[in-house]
Design a protein around this ligand. Structure first.
Ligand code: CP
Ligand code: NVA
Length: 312
């Protein structure tokens, strides 16, 4: 199985099967245990990785840099303020140049087409570190966090509350039902997920895993093992922030909404960065049901696993 992933890109979890994601999570658990035990390995020695960023990042950049660097690899951070991509050079040409120099390329930016084009032309694995419509490496960390919290994935149920059209809603739709986790997107009608996202999520879902859209917050989270939220206005949508605050105010995740799950052991998740006081109350964020920093740490272990299974 590991061999079959060698050379693969991660543009969207849509292209990865349940078994492939399961294998990656197993490698991530090992990587995490080794890190905790202080085991130092040099599996990326002699290899190099390009990190292209059109948008800001704390977790994704740090996860790629530390995961690759601590295994002996060389990383170049290429902000699009510095390189020619999209200004003086096409994506195809940049991809072919970087593919001659690096063993792998990470891209964070606006258009999903850019990361798709990089993957088509680079000749080396390309990793989607977030676009306007997807965030697959985040969902790998979310799956590991759910596994750690509940000891399984199959049969769990998660409610994503907020902007049902954003990259996180879409990424969760591509990654969770396929692993047996039921997903309810809890959002106002005007921010409902695109119908084609729901169709493909349902088509890929493991039997028993449901995909639903519910507009009433209390009803939407009922029975959820995990309640997940994200910022109301994503990077690039700053001009819509005020309108989103108005539309999404009834969707704040707080103690009362967690109680509406009716489950004693439900956990709270957030990809971060968070706007406390908006999509989540400060109290819930800091409470013991909040697993947001486990999720953040798991970005590193799952991203290391992604590179281990695709580069070695
Ligand atoms: N969750 C996430 O992608 O965080 P960053 O924007 O800090 O990378
Ligand atoms: N939806 C958020 C996710 C940040 C990790 C954004 O795109 O800004």
């Amino acid at each position: 199985m590991a061999g079959s992933l060698r050379g693969r890109s991660l543009v969207s979890l849509q292209e990865w099967s349940r078994d492939e994601i399961g294998l990656l999570l197993e490698v991530a658990r090992q990587a995490k245990a080794e890190r905790r035990a202080g085991v130092v390995r040099r599996r990326f020695e002699g290899k190099s990785l390009a990190l292209i960023f059109e948008k800001r990042s704390t977790r994704t950049r740090s996860a790629f840099e530390t995961a690759f660097g601590e295994e002996g690899g060389w990383v170049s951070f290429l902000s699009t303020d510095d390189i020619h991509l999209g200004v003086k050079e096409s994506v195809e040409d940049t991809a072919r140049v970087l593919g001659r120099m690096y063993d792998g390329i990470e891209f964070r930016g606006y258009a999903q087409e850019t990361v798709e084009s990089l993957a088509r032309w680079a000749g080396v694995p390309v990793y989607n570190g977030l676009t306007d419509s997807d965030h697959p490496t985040q969902v790998l960390a979310d799956l590991l966090t759910l596994q750690e919290a509940f000891g399984r994935l199959e049969g769990l149920s998660l409610a994503f509350v907020g902007d049902g059209r954003n990259n996180m809603a879409h990424a969760l739709l591509t990654g969770l039902p396929k692993m047996g986790v039921s997903l309810t997107v809890v959002c106002p009608p005007e921010l409902a997920p695109r119908p084609e996202w729901l169709e493909s999520a349902r088509a890929a879902a493991l039997p028993g895993a449901e995909v639903r859209v519910v507009h009433e917050p209390g009803e939407g989270v009922r029975g959820a093992d995990a309640v997940y939220t994200d910022v109301w206005a994503s990077m690039g949508e700053e001009d819509q922030a005020e309108e989103r605050r108005r539309i999404l105010a009834p969707y704040q995740v707080n103690g009362a909404l967690m109680a509406a799950t009716g489950r004693a052991r439900s956990i709270f998740l957030h990809c971060l960065p968070a706007n406390k006081g908006q999509e989540v109350s400060a109290e819930l964020f800091e409470s013991e049901v909040s697993r947001v920093f486990d999720q953040a740490e798991n970005r590193k272990h799952t991203i290391k696993a992604l590179m281990l299974v695709t580069l070695l």
